[in-house]
Design a protein around this ligand. Structure first.
Ligand SMILES: Cc1cc2nc3c(=O)[nH]c(=O)nc-3n(C[C@H](O)[C@H](O)[C@H](O)COP(=O)(O)O)c2cc1C
Length: 429
């Protein structure tokens, strides 16, 4: 896509509690228990609205995170978290991640639609199938089901939830009898101002992308290079078209890890200080979990062995995200660094998600470049530390994008579906 696109980029904030780096809690701007302080979450909502941002987003998994690679191992449940913030805000979208493997469609459909009603139509659901045995053990299983089985269940789960939301509008019972679920009845919750929650999806394997093309109105992706992102963009938009949808019905929003400063040097210094203040083993832990190999056993001054980069022996049982793994392996194969070089460079280039270290003006250039290249519809921005990182986005990045005609000056709609310019639910409710 070379012609200058019209319209705005979409900007979400993946609020990884205090920030995407494990040292975020050390910020002098934060109290140690900020993440359980309602005022902290109200502040995030209000700052996001000051920047007229489209949505604030919470990644999640139904288990205690592993601090070896999870910067925020303890966190609140997203739908409750955003339910509180809804009362302190009026426009910003509120996206919760919820698993189709470890939930029930009737319960989740009524919980999300209830939150959607009370928020005035601002709820989004980030659909995931959940990775890793640690979650499975909280639900009486030794491991997560095989990847394809998880996606078969996810596909039926979404259909049941959507049918239940539709029953809220039509007043007619549904009679679903499928492989995973049987439901005879209808929701007792009325439709929301946007009809039903907006559907997002995160999971970059083939079945994840196929699900996104069929049902998602937003895709949280992991794309490290512009070329990878352009290919992913075209693929998922094509899947939407194959499912009789308009390609514009699904918005592609890769994650972007951020360290911002008033100069590039200041931004790099900030990133280095935060990485150096965190556990030295964190980058290795994240890499190990993402590629499914204990990277601490690798020779630091050697390139990655081919058998480590090769596709997982059994993608069905691979514990991580295929989407993240493919993104990382493609990144490694591009420059073939030693392990030590990779770990150092990913402070600035990202790992799994792309990284950006620079000034707000340079970030606006990056966003503008990827938007006009047809690589994105927007980004799910992930500040290193929310407390000040989100303010720079709202008060410095957004004004630059506005001056370039790439972002709204004020909210034109009050619902998440409106911000995304997503189609009304079908049939018309
Ligand atoms: C960008 C991105 C974000 C993700 N966020 C989550 C998340 O918040 N919670 C979760 O359980 N899985 C998350 N995943 C992983 C998948 O959604 C899911 O767990 C699935 O089993 C593996 O995805 P895959 O299709 O990439 O293999 C994410 C994956 C990607 C690519």
């Amino acid at each position: 896509m070379t012609d200058r696109r019209t319209g705005h980029v979409i900007l979400g904030i993946n609020v990884l509690v205090l920030g995407y780096l494990p040292a975020a809690w050390q910020s002098p701007l934060l109290a140690k228990d900020s993440f359980v302080d309602p005022a902290y979450w109200e502040g995030i909502g209000r700052t996001a609205e000051r920047g007229t941002l489209d949505a604030i987003f919470l990644a999640d998994g139904p288990a205690l995170g592993d601090p070896a690679y999870d910067a925020n191992p303890i966190k609140l449940e997203p739908t409750v978290n955003w339910g509180y913030v809804a009362g302190a805000t009026s426009h910003v979208g509120l996206v919760s991640t919820a698993s189709t493997t470890f939930n029930d469609p009737y319960e989740l459909a009524q919980r999300l639609l209830s939150a959607d009603v009370l928020s005035g139509g601002r709820v989004g659901w980030n659909i995931v199938t959940t990775r890793g045995a640690v979650s499975a053990r909280n639900f009486g299983l030794a491991d997560v089901p095989l990847r394809d089985d998880r996606y078969e269940r996810a596909s039926e789960f979404v259909d049941v939830a959507t049918a239940l939301w539709e029953s809220a509008a039509t007043g007619h019972d549904i009679h679903h009898h499928g492989e995973f679920f049987d439901v005879d009845g209808r929701l007792r919750v009325p439709p929301s101002a946007q009809g039903r929650p907006v559907l997002l999806q995160a999971g970059g394997s083939a079945k994840g992308r196929a699900l996104a093309g069929r049902v998602a109105e937003g895709v949280f992706a992991a794309e490290l290079t512009k070329q990878q992102a352009i290919e992913h963009y075209r693929l998922v938009k094509g899947y939407a078209r194959d499912n009789g949808r308009s390609p514009d019905d699904v918005k592609i929003l890769p994650g972007l890890l951020l360290s911002l400063g008033s100069t590039e040097e200041e931004a790099k210094r900030r990133s280095d200080e935060l990485y150096d203040a965190g556990p030295a083993s964190y980058s290795i832990g994240w890499l190990s979990q993402s590629i499914g190999y204990d990277a601490s056993k690798l020779e630091l001054d050697e390139p990655f062995p081919e058998d480590v980069l090769a596709a997982p022996a059994d993608p069905q049982t691979f514990q991580g995200s295929i989407g993240f793994r493919e993104s990382i392996v493609t990144q490694i194969r591009r420059t073939n660094p030693t392990v030590r070089e990779y770990l150092k460079q990913t402070r600035y280039t990202g790992s799994g998600h792309a990284g950006f270290v620079g000034t707000p003006e340079q970030l606006a250039d990056h966003i503008e470049d990827w938007f006009h290249a047809g690589a994105i519809d927007g980004f799910n921005l992930q500040p290193d530390v929310l407390a000040d990182g989100l303010e720079v986005i709202a008060d410095e990045l957004v004004p630059i994008l506005r001056r370039r005609g790439l972002y709204r000056h004020e909210y034109e709609t009050t619902t998440l579906r409106g911000h995304f310019q997503a189609a009304a639910p079908t049939p018309a409710w």
